[in-house]
Design a protein around this ligand. Sequence first.
Ligand code: ADE
Length: 249
Amino acid sequence: MNFYVMTLFPEMITEGLHTSILGRAMDAGIISLEAVNIRDYTLDKHRHVDDYPYGGGAGMVMAAEPIARCYEDILAKRGEAKKPRVVYLTPWGRVFNQNMAKELAQEEDLVFLCGHYEGVDERILDEIVTDYVSIGDYVLSGGELPAMVMIDAISRMVPGVLTNEESGTTESFENSLLEYPQYTRPEVWNGASVPEVLLSGNHAKIAEWRTERSIDRTLMFRPELIKDAVLDKKAAKYLRAKQQEKTEE
Ligand code: ADE
């Protein structure tokens, strides 16, 4: 999968993402990432990317032409007839989630447009953007961090990016349950012991304990998720008992 990011801060994207799992996937050629500097596509000698808003008001607006030229260059580089999806990061977009990450991971190429200042000339958005996406109900200074968040989450859904061991942790979120608590050595730290069952070597008991702790945690922090959880008989019984307890409280 190939990611292209149109931005005024290309180093932020490349340096921020070339680490850990994504760095490994890029080195292995499973995903590629190119951050393209919109400023390289300006035509005036001062390399202006923004201008005053028509109608007045505070701040500056990113102009359409450099973005259009930047986008055309990406299309030319790809050399493919089919137009790629173009994501514009904005607080008024659809809120990003794991399902969207999975869906976007099906694309071969994905282009991101990162805005700054007060926004981007609407005419270039109308022209090229296919998806308006927000990463949450708060306002950030630009689209770079949201693009990075999305690229990380999407890449993890691309086959071959995660090892078998790593994908286990993703599946549990997909099953609408939060992660169970984890422990490592030492057995006693600061007076607190590792739960006995984890030292037992009984894998069935350990699996059962972990599922129950996942259920507890989901009920505690994200109760709205539990209705979508896929549970085996034993876990379903545990959940019913917990919910029963709660109604009796
Ligand atoms: N740009 C600024 N804030 C944003 C947000 N919350 N999500 C996506 N893009 C943004």
